[in-house]
Design a protein around this ligand. Structure first.
Ligand code: PYC
Length: 333
């Protein structure tokens, strides 16, 4: 056996969505903040992300997180998020996976019944409260970054001639939010290809016409997620399909998407603070969220979201790269 590198991983899934947590083999990425490290990694080390996410080591809906020393003194760990689609500023399901791995592998001091872990993410501070019972992480509640509605009832024309109305909100990533009915499609996994095509066409139109940019950090930009909610969705319990660039669905209820959805519902006057909101994924798994308070982001009214979900460790691995491997960055079919 020969290898140019050895990447140590603990694989997990959060309510159905994988998080490959890289615990060693990468070293400290240059950058004064976690966002600078995200941009550095994207520019200089993208091959490692491709190798870990693409086939044959990953698949077309693969997601992961690279553990780092924190860049700020008030945090326990830093996290860089990697996905088939790129480098997210923040990922909710990924952070629940990270917190579960940190507790269950003893990489943080474990306190029962609740272990609090402060995480330095490219989007800002995220606090994880892990409910621990006999050493096992039962669930994780995240206090996410401030989230806000960008636009309500914005109209856009699509290439097929249809005009749809959507809301746009930020919850660590930007989300277009609209009913699946707007495309005349049923909430049915048998129609997943049509649902995905609808989401991708809206995403492309938004980015061509009015690409969203974070008011405090222009490196966080673009709409790469479309939240299509099912008939019967309410401001207390909602089911949805989350279409993600370049062409896959979140299997989990999507933590940053849940945060954006709660910010959107709050901006619409439909979700008060401290009120439970259950968000259900395309495969029927759930996060339970609530809004803890209000704040501002660059003068824009914002909310402080939290949500709870569960993750399970599925394996450990050392990913290798043989110097003769013809696919050093994997491939996408
Ligand atoms: O849980 O925030 C999330 C997420 C983003 C993309 C996939 N999952």
């Amino acid at each position: 056996m020969r290898s140019k590198l050895v990447l140590h991983a603990v694989d997990s899934h959060t309510e159905g969505m994988p998080t490959r947590v890289i615990t060693g083999g990468i070293g400290t990425v240059p950058g004064a903040t976690m966002n600078e490290r995200r941009l550095y990694f994207r520019e200089h080390r993208d091959g490692i992300k491709q190798l870990l996410m693409n086939e044959p080591r990953g698949h077309s809906a693969m997601s992961g997180a690279i553990l780092q020393p924190p860049s700020r003194p008030d945090c326990d760990w830093g996290v860089l998020y990697i996905e088939v689609s790129g480098y997210l500023p923040m990922c909710g399901h990924g952070t629940i996976g990270v917190a579960t791995v940190l507790v269950e592998t003893g990489m943080v001091e474990v306190v029962e019944p609740v272990t609090t872990i402060r995480l330095d993410t490219p989007a800002g501070l995220v606090v994880a409260e892990v409910a621990v019972e006999n050493g096992a992480a039962r669930n994780v509640t995240l206090r996410n970054v401030p989230s806000f509605a960008v636009a309500l009832d914005r109209k856009i024309a699509l290439p097929d001639g249809r005009t749809v109305t959507y809301d746009l909100a930020y919850g660590g990533n930007f989300y277009a939010i609209l009913p699946l009915d707007a495309f005349g499609l049923p909430f049915d996994r048998a129609r997943k290809d049509d649902i995905l095509a609808a989401g991708l066409s809206l995403m492309a139109a938004i980015n061509a016409e009015a690409e969203p940019v974070h008011p405090e950090d222009p490196s966080i930009r673009g709409c790469h997620h479309v939240h299509l909610y099912a008939p019967g969705a309410t401001a207390r319990h909602s089911r949805h399909a989350m279409a993600i660039h370049p062409g896959w669905f979140d299997r989990s209820p999507c933590g940053t998407g849940t945060s954006a959805r709660m910010a959107q519902l709050h901006a619409r006057g439909e979700l008060p603070l401290h009120t439970e909101f259950v968000n259900e994924s395309f495969i029927g798994t759930r996060f339970t969220g609530r809004l803890l308070g209000t704040t501002e982001v660059a003068g824009v009214p914002a909310v402080l979201p939290s949500f709870t979900g569960r993750a399970w460790i599925t394996g450990t691995a050392q990913y290798l790269l043989d110097p003769t491997d013809p696919f050093p960055e994997g491939f996408v079919l």
